[in-house]
Design a protein. Structure first.
Lengths: 518, 159
């Protein structure tokens, strides 16, 4: 029987040499005339082990990693095709603690299947949610999503079902489903991973959203920095259309739904939903004032559901297993699971899907294993460039929308970036302002001007020019930006700045210039 | 890379792209992407062709083109090296790596080496935050960079 060897095609694996490993494996297999086929799967999310090569055996998939090109010959020699012993062997993939302790609902298939094989997708439970949805009334589909407690995974945490209900109730000749795949936050890669590792789940989620709201057209807006995701997603849409999942009759039902992949052009602010809609329309990615909500007047002025990739990709499992199944995970008002993205200076970086409620300390110390450099953790930025920096003193904060808000932070898209003690928090605060200045769309003054003034003020503090006065000024500026900006870019940039100033005051009091010694 | 394009040829090639994509809903960004793919940048002379077809003013097309970081109004070097400047890469020494690359190439961000071999650009996140620091050379991605591997990238780019 042909043996399957898996070498991920996920961008993180490719960046660590997976393409070269796959090519070398292919040569070695050919040279030895082995009955082996190489499958390019998504990533299992254990990025410190990438490229993670797996082989299918009678007892399950056995993992090897991180595999370098120079390891391939010795792996083949050790009997890779039979799961033979080797120094790089990690045993059964499913038994690796990092993976075993997860609750994979949204990412259940990611890294397991061939991303572009619909047969593989169906064999692992794919399309069951959509099959159920086409047999239901739209209002019942919306109710199921509402009851699941799913909240927008892009960062705002708005209940997905309520957004869908608004669009369902809106009356118009056309409605749209827009998937926000403009994942620009540093420290986040969940959207990229699901698009590269299980693209059909996103297509299925969007088709369900279309059926639930009466929308017939969808757009996936993917950032241009993700060429691999764009390629996989575009191909998956073609395959889904050819298989009758998309088109005038979704799965043979009376519902029509089709979609297009669109590519961004390097503007961070287009991750903001109204800027994204303008960008899709072919305009400058400038933020729109709300109201009107996109659910009433969205893309081309039509009622539009705009959801994050992970929100939409979580819908199929909710429809397949029911609202109660999903709702039973989590804590408080944060229901279900969240794919944590552990990044930066960590020993065990990658994607970890789990129910809400783990504390930040459990995530950093137990799951991520501390820093890669081995030095103490100084700060953790949760939620991307607009998220707060938390010190170790706040490591007891549970991962939950409300708990983070109560500590003046946000979970955002659940990206967690770890810094060791070498981090200079004044520099990080300055960077937050600089980033806002570079990426501001320019529509509102607090963001456009405030960010530039913020950089200048941080520079003055760094040079020791009237530090107390300038710290007060920076605080005042943050307040203006927080309450006066139109969208989250200007409104949330104060989070990293203020948290750095509050929790790491020592970095904002540079040592006074030393007089000539002796 | 096509740098010197005859005006008539440029108009014809731009028009062909416009004709192919004009049926899309919101065609301007897809058109600008393809024009940049075709010429390596978005030539000023292409803007009136696009504006005319989409019933926009030339100023509107210019406004859209200049809003987005991706669209360039001038050609790049033979290779484009993008270094990630975002937080996750900073936490793994991305700043020091950037300084090293700038010094090796003798240029700052947004500049091209005198021999026309490399353009250096910053990028804010390639989604490789668990394999930081990361870079992209002509569309190929590289993670877990250190002095040795980044020097090799610079070497590759200079050729």
């Amino acid at each position: 029987m042909t043996v399957k060897i898996y070498v991920p095609k996920d961008a993180a694996a490719v960046a660590c040499g997976a393409d070269r490993v796959a090519a070398k494996l292919g040569e070695a297999i050919k040279a030895r005339n082995l009955d082996v086929v190489i499958v390019r799967n998504g990533s299992r999310g254990m990025h410190w082990l990438e490229p993670l090569v797996e082989v299918e055996t009678a007892s399950g998939r056995i993992a090897y990693g991180p595999v370098k090109v120079s390891d391939v010959d010795s792996l083949i020699g050790a009997g890779l095709a039979e799961g033979g012993a080797h120094a790089l062997s990690l045993g059964l993939t499913e038994d690796i603690p990092f993976l075993k302790n997860q609750t994979r609902l949204t990412f259940a298939r990611c890294g397991v299947i061939d991303p572009l094989s619909l047969a593989d997708y169906k064999a692992h439970g794919g399309l069951k949610g959509l099959e159920r949805a086409v047999a239901m009334t739209p209002i019942d589909v919306v109710k199921e999503v509402t009851d699941s407690g799913l909240r927008g995974r892009g960062g705002a945490g708005f209940p997905t079902g309520i957004k869908w209900k608004t669009v369902l109730d809106a009356v118009d000749d056309r409605k749209y489903i827009v998937c926000n795949a403009d994942e620009g936050d540093s420290g986040t890669f969940a959207d990229r991973m699901i698009m590269e590792g299980d693209p059909f789940v996103l297509i299925e989620g969007m088709a369900i959203a279309g059926i639930a709201t009466g929308a017939t057209k969808g757009f996936i807006y993917i950032r241009s920095e993700y060429p691999h995701a764009i390629e996989t997603m575009s191909r998956a849409v073609e395959l889904a259309r050819a298989a009758g999942i998309l088109g005038v009759s979704v799965l043979g039902s009376a519902n029509a739904f089709d979609m297009e992949v669109r590519v961004g052009a390097g503007a961070y602010v287009c991750g903001e939903e109204t800027a994204l809609l303008n960008s899709l329309e072919g305009k400058r990615g400038v933020v729109r004032a709300k109201p009107p909500l996109p659910a009433h007047k969205g893309l081309f002025g039509k009622p539009t559901v705009i959801n994050n990739v992970i929100s939409l990709a979580s819908v199929p499992v909710i429809m397949e297993k029911g609202a109660a199944f999903y709702r039973d995970f989590g804590m408080g008002r944060s229901r279900g699971t969240i794919p944590l993205q552990i990044a930066g200076n960590v020993k065990h970086g990658g994607l970890y899907e789990t129910a809400f409620g783990l504390t930040l300390g459990q995530i950093i110390d137990d799951i991520a294993g501390g820093t890669a450099t081995g030095r103490p953790v100084k700060a953790v930025q949760v939620g991307g460039p607009l998220g707060a920096y938390f010190p170790r003193a706040l490591f007891d904060t549970p991962f939950d929308y409300e708990a983070f808000a109560a500590k003046d932070g946000l979970i955002g898209h659940a990206g967690i970036t770890v810094f060791d003690e070498s981090a200079d928090m004044l520099k990080q605060a300055r960077f937050a302002m600089e980033f806002c200045a570079v990426e501001s769309c320019g529509k509102c003054t607090p963001c456009r001007i405030g960010s530039t003034r913020g950089v200048e003020t941080a520079d003055k503090i760094a040079r020791g020019i009237e530090p107390e006065k300038n710290k007060a000024l920076l605080t005042d500026l943050c307040n203006t930006m927080k309450f006066g900006s139109l969208c989250a870019l200007g409104g949330f940039t104060p989070y990293p700045v203020m948290s750095a100033m509050t929790h790491f005051p020592e970095d904002f009091s540079p040592a006074p210039m030393v007089e000539a010694a002796e | 890379m096509t740098i010197n394009v005859a005006a008539g040829d440029l108009t014809r090639r731009t028009q062909a792209i416009v004709d192919r994509l004009i049926g899309l809903e919101g065609p301007l960004l897809p058109i600008l992407h393809e024009v940049q793919d075709e010429f390596g940048f978005v030539p000023q002379e292409a803007l009136p062709v696009i504006a005319e077809a989409l019933n926009l003013s030339r100023a509107e097309v210019h406004g859209v083109m200049t809003f987005y970081h991706d669209y360039r109004n001038h050609p790049t070097g033979r290779h484009v090296l993008k270094l990630c400047r975002a937080e996750a890469c900073q936490s793994m020494g991305g700043d020091a790596l950037a300084e090293r690359v700038k010094k090796a190439l003798g240029i700052d961000f947004h500049q091209t080496t005198l021999d026309g071999s490399v353009t250096l650009e910053p990028v804010f996140c390639l989604g490789l935050c668990s394999c930081a620091p990361a870079a992209m050379l002509d569309g190929a991605i590289h993670g877990r960079l250190d002095h040795e591997t980044v020097d090799a990238l610079v070497q590759e780019a200079r050729q």
